[in-house]
Design a protein around this ligand. Structure first.
Ligand SMILES: [Zn+2]
Length: 436
């Protein structure tokens, strides 16, 4: 450990799981939407792992995984396959998970963050597991299993270990969620568990350990768990302690991570190609068709909003946060142009007043009414102006003797009398006329 410390650098990789919102599960016809459904009502012999049943791949799930790869700039593997990943756990009825090992659908790719680009290792497709529920039944502690989730199509997005702060990890995950939502392939709802985060955290790959923090179900928890872990590990390393390869969880009540299990050696999942599922060979046309179906992605749309509508960065950021809102703004913009209302005024209303419950037409009408009603009449302006000219004799004299910047002060005084409802340009014109 000596002399290494100065080279230590936070080294963080993420694994993100997202459930696809296909109608049916990945290899059977059971409904994929399992949230809040009565336990074990959406199962069949395939997703229950009963012997003798054959899986049939859901084409949409494959298309969507490739689509995400294209959106992230991944290389699409023309030859890909499903593999069996073996482990024993009650929520995995087959005794293996159908996943992808050495030939996933997508390799590489990247996501931009304000602290730099984060490279991706891969994007692959696998099945989700069932859900365990630990509860009390007839005064006995029991573990119940709900297989409604078993077999649902689950994408896994893996980054290279090149994230360096909790904030960057949070930004990465948010950007990924935004891209996936733009594609409309998953609702990425962390509360429902359709987006799940895991972080691998250490102070360098060469230190020979890695701490995996699992089940982080909010962006905030991800950031907090990473910061906590980096601190904990740093203290241990500084005091010469040897850190273990382990899996930890995050406790929000205690604001710290806790050990779940340590692993001495890498688990042997005995991967092998699933003999029931023929490998894939994608044609160029298939990939190109998917590429042309890609929608405009959020970062591109944000830049375009800044350019096309002369919006400030933060407005463009806000308006493109989700696809529906960005389309709503564009629809409103098209209408407002016809009525001579500036795109900035419309943006301002949507950003600051949250007028999204209305239709674009209602918004445009609201803007028109506000602009007409809000301003003082010409008569009110004249009255206010005359009062100010009487009261501010000194400023008037200064202006007349050539101190032209006094006009700003006078405009302010008139505006004050009008309760802020005067049109600045008109007050200025009137003042200059009166002082000529
Ligand atoms: Zn099924």
């Amino acid at each position: 450990m000596k002399n290494v410390k100065s080279n230590l650098k936070p080294t963080i990789g993420l694994e993100v799981h997202c459930e696809l919102r296909t109608n049916s599960k990945l290899f059977c016809g059971c409904p994929a939407d399992h949230f809040g459904k009565a336990p074990n009502t959406q199962t069949c012999p395939v997703c229950l792992g009963l012997p003798g049943e054959l899986p049939v791949t859901n084409k949409k799930a494959v298309d969507w995984t490739v689509l995400l790869g294209l959106a992230l700039g991944s290389k699409i593997n023309k030859e890909a396959k499903f593999d069996r990943k073996h482990y024993f756990y009650p929520d995995l009825p087959m005794g293996f998970q159908i996943s992808q090992y050495d030939e996933p659908f997508c390799l590489g790719g990247e996501i931009e963050t304000s602290e730099g680009k984060v490279n991706l290792t891969r994007v692959h497709l696998e099945i989700d597991t069932g859900k365990l529920q630990h509860t009390t039944l007839n005064r006995e502690d029991v573990s119940l299993i709900d297989f409604n989730r078993s077999g649902v199509a689950l994408m896994e997005i893996v980054t290279e270990p090149e994230i360096h702060t909790g904030t960057q990890a949070k930004e990465f995950a948010k950007n990924l969620q935004q891209i996936i939502r733009y594609l409309g392939i998953s609702d990425c709802d962390m509360e429902k568990g359709s987006m799940r985060l895991e972080a691998n955290i250490s102070w360098g790959l060469d230190l020979g350990y890695k701490v995996e923090v699992k089940n982080l179900n909010s962006f905030r928890f991800l950031e907090k768990a990473i910061n906590y872990e980096l601190n904990r590990q740093k203290k241990a390393l500084d005091s010469g302690e040897k850190l273990l390869q382990e899996t930890r969880g995050w406790s929000e009540t205690k604001q710290k991570t806790f050990s779940q299990r340590t692993k001495e050696t890498a688990e042997d999942y005995r991967y092998f190609p699933d003999p029931d599922l023929p490998p894939f060979a994608f044609e160029d046309d298939y990939i190109e068709d998917l590429r042309t179906s890609l929608p405009e992605l959020p970062s591109h749309k944000k830049d375009r909003f800044v350019r096309e509508f002369s919006l400030p960065q933060n407005y463009a950021q806000y308006l493109t946060q989700d696809k529906a809102l960005s389309e709503f703004y564009e629809d409103t913009f098209k209408l407002s142009v016809k009525k001579n209302i500036s795109p900035k005024v419309v943006a301002n209303l949507i950003v600051n007043k949250g007028l999204t419950g209305k239709t674009p037409l209602e918004i445009v009408d609201t803007v028109r009414k506000m602009t007409i009603r809000n301003f003082s009449s010409s008569e009110e302006m004249d009255n206010a102006l005359n009062k100010v000219l009487n009261e501010q004799g000194k400023a008037v004299d200064e202006y007349k003797s050539g101190k032209l910047q006094v006009i700003g002060f006078l405009i302010g005084m008139v505006q004050k009398k009008l309760g802020g409802k005067g049109e600045i340009q008109k007050i200025k014109e009137k003042l200059m006329n009166a002082l000529r």
